[in-house]
Design a protein around this ligand. Structure first.
Ligand code: ISL
Ligand code: CA
Length: 536
C-alpha cells in the first residue's frame, strides 16, 4: 500500500445483535446486551465492531428490511442506548461500523407507503412498471410483486422493495442518513449488496438457472458513479472505513470498486471462496474441498488489491462444521481456520461465536428454522417435489440460521433468561465462553494469541503475500516485509502428511502443543506460523 490508511491494521468483529446478548428476558439480543459485553469484545484484541442492522424494521429479513434509518428497532432498545453504545465503545478504543442497506427498504418504510400512490412525489423512489419482466429474486421466485395496477421490483423478499437509484432524491436521502450516523461518531459502513443497486435497464434477462436479469444490474457503471459521489460528498469528510458486500464479483470487478485511485470503497467481501462447495447455488452443496477452496484464496490474495477476509458471517454456516471437523478435530480445525483467516493479507473479520468454535445449529425440523430464505426455498422445493431427505439436507447444509443461533456464553447458554428467538445449540455445555475463558489450550485463547501476534509485527498489515507451496490440501505461504517475513503452513485435512519444505527460523504459534520447526510431517489440521530468520 503506498499510503497508510487508518483502517489498514484493524481487526473487525461482527456482532449480530439479535443473537448476541439479551438483557430484558424477551429472548432477543439488545443494545444494552452489547454494551455489557464490550469488555469481552475488547479482551479479544479486536479494533472495530461491525454491527448488523439495528434500525427500525418489521424484521421480515431480520433487520435487512429497514423502515426507519434514523431510528432504533425498539426490540433492540432506544437511540439513547445506541448513543451510549457508541460512546462506551469509543472509550474502550473500539470503533463501530454500521450496516448500510440501500439497495432496498422495507415495504413499511414511509417512502414506500407513499410511493404506492402513483401521483405521490415518492412514486419514483422505487421501481414501478405496468408489466413485469422475467427477473428472479435472490430468495427464489419472481422479483416483481403486484400492488394496485402496477408491479414493483424486489431483488430480495417482497417486503424489500428496491430503491430507484436513477432518482436524484434517493441519493440525497441516503447522504443525509450517512451523515446522521457519521456525526454520531461511527467509523463507517458495511454496505449491503452494494454492487447491485443500480439497474441500468429493466429488459428481460438471459435465461439461466439462478438470478435471471442480473446482467442488467450487476457491477454497472451507474453503481460506480454513485459510490464515487457518496465518497466525495460524504465519506471523505470523516475518518472512515467502508466495506462493500459484493455478490458474484470477480477479482477484476472487486478491484474496480476498491483501487485507491477510483475513490469508491476501501474493501469488499468476495464470495468466490464461499462458493467452492456448491453447484449453481448454495442450496446444492457438495462436500467441502480444501483444494478448490485454497486455489480461490490464492487467486484473491494475488489479484485483489486488499481483501476483506472472512470465513463466517450471519449468512453463512459455521466454518468449523463446513470446512473443518466439528467432532474429532473440533479444536484443531477451528484453530487452523483462525490461523489462516488472521494471517492472510487484508483485513480479517471474525464473526461472533467463531472465536469459541461454535458449530452449526442442531435443528431437527423445519419449524425450528426462522429464516425467511430457508422457508421460501423449502416451499419451492416442496412444490418441485424434491424428496423429503433432500429437503432436510438442504436445510442442514445451507440454512443461514446455522450462523445465527444464540451466542454460547455459559454451559447453560447464558444468552437469555427467557426463551431464545432461535434455538440455542445443546453443545453450549461444552462449547462456550465460560469454559474457554481461562483455558490456556482453548480456541478462544488461541484467537487472543493470534490477534496479539498480528499486532506485534508490521508484516501482517503491510507485508506482501507469496504462495510457497500448494499441493492438494497442503498449503504454505509467506508474508514478506522489510522488517522480517513469516511462513505459514497449513495442513487442511484429517490425515498426517509430509510437507517437503525446508524451514528456518522461530516457531511463533501452532495449534498443537509440541510442534517444532524440524518436523516434516504435519498432523491433522496442523497449522503453524514461523518467523523467518531475518537478514537485514
Ligand atoms: O445468503 C445469501 C443467499 O443465501 C446471499 O445471497 C445473500 O442474500 C446476499 O449475500 C445478500 O446478503 C445481504 O443482503 C440480504 C440479507 O438478507 C443478508 O442477510 C445480507 O447479508 C438482503 O438485504
Ligand atoms: Ca432483549
Amino acid at each position: 500500500m503506498n499510503q497508510r490508511k487508518s483502517w489498514q491494521d484493524k481487526i473487525v468483529y461482527q456482532i449480530y445483535p439479535r443473537s448476541f446478548y439479551d438483557t430484558n428476558k424477551d429472548g432477543i439480543g439488545d443494545l444494552l446486551g452489547i454494551i455489557s459485553k464490550l469488555d469481552y469484545v475488547k479482551s479479544l484484541g479486536v479494533d472495530v465492531i461491525w454491527l448488523s442492522p439495528v434500525y427500525r424494521s418489521p424484521n421480515d429479513d431480520n433487520g435487512y428490511d429497514i423502515s426507519g434509518y434514523l431510528e432504533i428497532n425498539p426490540e433492540f432498545g432506544t437511540m439513547e442506548d445506541m448513543d451510549r453504545l457508541i460512546q462506551e465503545a469509543n472509550q474502550r478504543g473500539l470503533k463501530i461500523i454500521m450496516d448500510l442497506v440501500i439497495n432496498h427498504t422495507s415495504d413499511e418504510h414511509p417512502w414506500f407507503i407513499q410511493s404506492k400512490d402513483p401521483t405521490s412525489p415518492y412514486r419514483d423512489y422505487y421501481i414501478w412498471q405496468d408489466k413485469l419482466n422475467n427477473w428472479t429474486s435472490f430468495f427464489g421466485g419472481s422479483a416483481w410483486e403486484k400492488e394496485g395496477d402496477s408491479y414493483y421490483l424486489h431483488l430480495f423478499s417482497k417486503k424489500q422493495p428496491d430503491l430507484n437509484w436513477h432518482h436524484p432524491a434517493v441519493l440525497d436521502e441516503i447522504k443525509k442518513i450517512m451523515r446522521f450516523w457519521l456525526d454520531k461518531g461511527i467509523y463507517g459502513f458495511r454496505s449491503d449488496v452494494i454492487n447491485v443497486i443500480y439497474k441500468t435497464s429493466l429488459d428481460d434477462g438471459k435465461k439461466r438457472f439462478v438470478l435471471v436479469g442480473r446482467e442488467h444490474y450487476h457491477s454497472q457503471e451507474g453503481c460506480h458513479r454513485i459510490l464515487q459521489t457518496l465518497r466525495r460528498d460524504v465519506l471523505d469528510h470523516y475518518d472512515t472505513m467502508t466495506v462493500g458486500e459484493t455478490v458474484l464479483v470477480s477479482p477484476k470487478q472487486a478491484n474496480d470498486l476498491i483501487l485507491p485511485e477510483r475513490k469508491e470503497l476501501d474493501m469488499v467481501f468476495g464470495f468466490e471462496h464461499m462458493e467452492t462447495d456448491q453447484i449453481n447455488n448454495k442450496w446444492f452443496r457438495t462436500k467441502f474441498k480444501a483444494d478448490r477452496f485454497l486455489k480461490v484464496i490464492t487467486k484473491w490474495q494475488e489479484q485483489v488489491y486488499w481483501n476483506a477476509n472472512y470465513l463466517e458471517n450471519h449468512d453463512q454456516t459455521r466454518s468449523v462444521s463446513r470446512m473443518g471437523d466439528d467432532q474429532t478435530y473440533h479444536k484443531e480445525s477451528a484453530k487452523m481456520l483462525a490461523l489462516l483467516n488472521l494471517t492472510l493479507k487484508g483485513t480479517p473479520y471474525i464473526y461472533q461465536g467463531e472465536e469459541i468454535g461454535m458449530t452449526n445449529g442442531d435443528f431437527t425440523s423445519l419449524d425450528e428454522y426462522q429464516d425467511i430464505e430457508t422457508h421460501r426455498i423449502i416451499a419451492l422445493a416442496q412444490k418441485l417435489h424434491f424428496p423429503k431427505w433432500y429437503q432436510r439436507r438442504m436445510m442442514k447444509m445451507s440454512s443461514r440460521d446455522h450462523g445465527r443461533t444464540p451466542m454460547q456464553w455459559t454451559k447453560a447458554g447464558g444468552f437469555t433468561q427467557g426463551v431464545p428467538w432461535l434455538k440455542m445449540n445443546q453443545n453450549t455445555k461444552t462449547i462456550c465462553v465460560e469454559n474457554e475463558e481461562n483455558d490456556p489450550d482453548s480456541i478462544l485463547t488461541f484467537y487472543r494469541k493470534l490477534i496479539q501476534i498480528r499486532k506485534s509485527h508490521p508484516v501482517w498489515s503491510d507485508g506482501s503475500f507469496e504462495l510457497v507451496w500448494h499441493r492438494h490440501k497442503q498449503y504454505a505461504f509467506k508474508r514478506i516485509h522489510q522488517d522480517g517475513s513469516m511462513m505459514i503452513l497449513i495442513n487442511f485435512q484429517k490425515k498426517t502428511k509430509k510437507m517437503p519444505i525446508a524451514l528456518k527460523g522461530e516457531l511463533l504459534l501452532s495449534n498443537y502443543p509440541d510442534s517444532s520447526i524440524h518436523q516434516r510431517h504435519l498432523r491433522p489440521y496442523e497449522a503453524v506460523i514461523i518467523k523467518e530468520a531475518h537478514h537485514a
